[in-house]
Design a protein around this ligand. Structure first.
Ligand SMILES: *[C@@H]1O[C@H](CO)[C@@H](O)[C@H](O)[C@H]1NC(C)=O
Ligand SMILES: *[C@@H]1O[C@H](CO)[C@@H](O)[C@H](O)[C@H]1NC(C)=O
Ligand SMILES: *[C@@H]1O[C@H](CO)[C@@H](O)[C@H](O)[C@H]1NC(C)=O
Ligand SMILES: *[C@@H]1O[C@H](CO)[C@@H](O)[C@H](O)[C@H]1NC(C)=O
Ligand SMILES: *[C@@H]1O[C@H](CO)[C@@H](O)[C@H](O)[C@H]1NC(C)=O
Ligand SMILES: *[C@@H]1O[C@H](CO)[C@@H](O)[C@H](O)[C@H]1NC(C)=O
Ligand SMILES: *[C@@H]1O[C@H](CO)[C@@H](O)[C@H](O)[C@H]1NC(C)=O
Ligand SMILES: *[C@@H]1O[C@H](CO)[C@@H](O)[C@H](O)[C@H]1NC(C)=O
Ligand SMILES: *[C@@H]1O[C@H](CO)[C@@H](O)[C@H](O)[C@H]1NC(C)=O
Ligand SMILES: *[C@@H]1O[C@H](CO)[C@@H](O)[C@H](O)[C@H]1NC(C)=O
Ligand SMILES: *[C@@H]1O[C@H](CO)[C@@H](O)[C@H](O)[C@H]1NC(C)=O
Ligand SMILES: CC(=O)N[C@H]1CO[C@H](CO)[C@@H](O)[C@@H]1O
Length: 611
């Protein structure tokens, strides 16, 4: 008789979670080329991801975010998309994708896709039709006539519509013979910019979102949005205004940094388009009963980023903050890390959701940027702070940057340097090497008899998932233990308090009245220290270790009191405390009566069940 009641409770909780899941989602970023190769061609694919979903489920992942899987000639790592509605052949078929979605759904894992809205590839049907002047495609891109100019010797010539420079150097305008006009490309020549001043483009891109939402994806991560709009010529006498010189010391006339980008980035219109995508996503709250997440990436000042959250009348997105990536390094002190956390929490508008990213496909591995000794600390901080957490594939086992020789280099950013000596300074290949599943050939990533698309890092024989699963004292077990405790009410909803007790001791508490508290302690120094947390007065005194990092002497299940906590050098520990009381007058808060009744009822049920 009692079992159905419990099941009913679980079922009700599940539907509520379809609306709230995103607020505390743990999202795992998959770089499809490097995750798992299922067909032996040396390149990761969708069926490989599907094969590994049970692993992600065991780990406690809520959602996966896939880096671009769309059809592309791959001039720019899949960011030059020729068809927003097709799957890149080497990754599989649409049916493979649908199977991935089905299996994910059955495991309770949601799927989030990358959305690359600023440009298409130059070999897309849209661009071909635009070149041909076919309506409405004729206005899908930013086209303009060249300007007539005269040399000193009197010779007349044509020059680009403005002095704008591409992010990859030289003019951002390219002449097209067939159309007889220039098109704008803020990135490479093969990536013509879409014209967001066209309502047709606005609608077409919303329909791309709907196409994938209809298939059942749970949202999008939107690639850098702050360059969607350029100044409107109608406001500048019919021409595209030249950008002023920046005065940057090291920039030559072909360099992007040579100009101040006042007419090509962070225009106010960008926010409206993000809010309009939010409206599209919100259509699905009614039709599918699921809230769809939207995360935007923008390399802009904090105050500009924050506006992506929305206004008092419009909802927006969750702006990605990379402060954990960019502003923290091997030498950062506990004071500095606390400051980075507090800064985001301070500027974030009230009622919005924070996010913590410690690694991605564009940055060196945490082990390299922050040091091997800080892997557990960084993973734990990202997991116990409020809001969304993103884990880039491999960070849960502390993968390190691999070595990729000049001959093996694939990243266009490195190849473009034409510099076999210093290319590695620009290469993102080392942090994209294949996932290290086990100690078999190619680290279990691929069964190819040839080579994998990027070489596997040398250390895979010892640093791999299988070895860490077998070893209870590993980054993986620590990560998984923290993830398990992330589901506690305190970490889901509790108040946040961060303290730097010294240069090297960082303490994060999450406390929710009526629930066990959670306490994260990090020692950044190599010396062991014993800390006293009696100054954290609301924290109950009795503590139990629930996750113990690879460098810690204190083992899981150890119990101690807050007045004396020994912390080994480079150790990260997660504790559960006793139940946090309401304290004083608050204990008679009206909310506690229903809670007490509920607690008494559950106690009775449990007692009668087990006695
Ligand atoms: C690799 O695995 C795929 C899928 O199981 C199989 O079709 C292929 O024959 C295997 N290749 C080798 C060289 O074993
Ligand atoms: C996915 O699930 C749907 C609904 O259950 C089913 O109609 C479809 O055939 C499945 N697709 C694949 C590729 O398994
Ligand atoms: C667009 O045109 C280019 C070159 O003319 C061609 O390579 C490409 O296949 C065309 N794309 C489509 C989708 O037709
Ligand atoms: C540039 O000169 C050509 C030929 O003289 C003329 O047809 C064209 O209208 C001029 N363009 C502009 C923008 O003045
Ligand atoms: C005029 O000057 C331009 C730029 O210096 C040069 O390319 C062009 O050949 C010159 N034309 C004549 C007729 O000298
Ligand atoms: C597309 O751009 C690339 C450079 O990024 C170029 O090599 C290629 O020829 C272009 N394709 C067409 C059809 O113009
Ligand atoms: C914004 O989203 C929240 C739910 O997350 C909803 O309650 C609120 O009504 C939305 N506001 C607007 C202006 O759409
Ligand atoms: C993230 O926030 C920090 C401040 O906390 C800011 O300095 C940084 O620019 C932000 N990151 C990005 C990518 O905007
Ligand atoms: C950390 O400090 C060392 C020694 O002062 C210095 O050599 C190194 O450049 C610093 N690293 C970073 C990332 O700031
Ligand atoms: C790189 O490739 C070149 C040309 O194929 C070859 O001569 C050279 O030996 C290769 N270098 C390495 C380190 O493999
Ligand atoms: C900790 O306690 C749990 C539950 O009592 C038990 O399953 C686990 O084996 C213990 N772990 C250690 C390391 O003692
Ligand atoms: C605005 C935007 O989407 N930016 C992307 C445009 O394309 C380049 C190159 O593919 C990406 O690096 C940007 O993030």
């Amino acid at each position: 008789m009692r079992l159905p009641i419990l099941l009913l409770l679980v079922a009700t909780a599940a539907s509520a979670s379809d609306l709230d899941w995103w607020k505390t989602a743990l999202i795992y970023q998959i770089y499809p080329r490097s995750f798992k190769d299922s067909n032996g061609d040396g390149t990761g694919d969708l069926n490989g991801i599907t094969e590994k979903l049970p692993y992600l489920h065991d780990t406690g992942i809520d959602a996966i975010w896939l880096s671009p899987i769309y059809r592309s000639p791959n001039y720019d790592s899949g960011y030059d998309i020729t068809d927003y509605r097709s799957i890149q052949e080497e990754y599989g078929t649409m049916e493979d994708f649908e199977r991935l979605l089905n299996v994910s759904r059955s495991l309770g894992i949601r799927v989030v896709l990358d959305f690359v809205p600023n440009h298409t590839g130059n070999e897309s049907e849209w661009f071909n039709r635009s070149i041909a002047g076919e309506a409405p495609y004729n206005e899908y891109y930013v086209w303009a006539d060249g300007l007539n100019a005269t040399y000193d010797n009197g010779t007349v010539y044509t020059k680009p519509p403005s002095n704008w420079i591409s992010n990859f150097r030289k003019s951002a305008w390219e002449f097209n013979e067939v159309r007889g006009q220039y098109y704008l490309h803020q990135f490479v020549i093969g990536q013509p910019d879409l014209n967001y001043r066209s309502n047709y483009v606005q609608e077409a891109m919303k329909n791309v979102l709907r196409f994938w939402l209809d298939k059942g994806v749970s949202g999008f991560r939107v690639d850098a949005v702050n360059k969607l709009y350029e100044a409107d010529p109608n406001n500048y006498g019919g021409v595209y205004p030249d950008e002023p010189l920046s005065g940057a010391a090291n920039a030559g006339p072909d360099d992007y940094e040579y100009l101040s980008h006042i007419y090509t980035e962070n225009l106010l219109e960008t926010y409206d388009v993000v809010y309009s995508w939010r409206d599209v996503l919100d259509e699905y709250i009614t039709s599918q009963g699921e809230y769809k997440i939207m995360m935007t990436e923008a390399y802009a000042a904090l105050q500009l980023m924050i506006r992506y959250y929305g206004t008092s009348t419009r909802n927006g997105s969750i702006p990605f903050n990379f402060s954990f990536l960019g502003d923290i390094n091997k030498n950062s002190t506990a004071w500095e890390i606390k400051t980075v956390i507090d800064r985001w929490m301070t500027y974030m508008p009230s009622g919005r959701v924070a996010n913590w990213v410690i690694g991605n496909h564009d940055q060196s591995r945490v082990a390299n940027r922050q040091g091997v000794d800080r892997i557990d600390a960084m993973n734990m901080l990202a997991l116990i702070l409020p809001g969304v957490t993103i884990t880039y594939q491999g960070e849960e086992i502390g993968m390190e940057d691999g070595y990729v020789s000049w001959n093996d280099t694939q990243d266009p950013q490195a190849c473009n340097t034409d510099d076999p000596i210093n290319y590695y300074l620009h290469s993102r290949d080392p942090n994209r090497t294949p996932y290290q599943w086990d100690s078999t050939a190619h680290a279990g990533f691929s069964n190819t008899t040839g080579s994998t698309w990027l070489p596997v890092a040398d250390n895979y024989l010892t640093l791999n998932l299988a070895a860490q699963i077998a070893n209870p004292k590993s980054h993986y077990h620590f990560y998984k233990d923290v993830v398990t405790n992330r589901k506690s009410p305190a970490i889901q909803e509790g108040d946040l308090d961060t303290r730097a007790l010294s240069e090297s001791i960082l303490v994060v508490t999450r406390l929710l009245p009526g629930e066990a508290g959670m306490l994260g302690v990090v020692n950044l120094a190599s010396e062991a220290q014993t800390i006293d947390l009696t100054s954290l007065r609301l924290l109950p005194s009795d503590l139990e270790v629930v996750a113990s990092g690879v460098n810690c002497a204190l083992e899981k299940n150890a119990t101690l009191t807050k007045s004396s906590i020994p912390v080994s050098g480079h150790c990260a520990l997660l504790f559960r405390s006793g139940v946090v009381s309401y304290g004083g007058a608050a204990s008679t808060h009206y909310l506690s009566y229903p809670l007490i009744l509920l607690a008494l009822a559950s106690y009775t049920i449990i007692r009668t069940n087990f006695s």
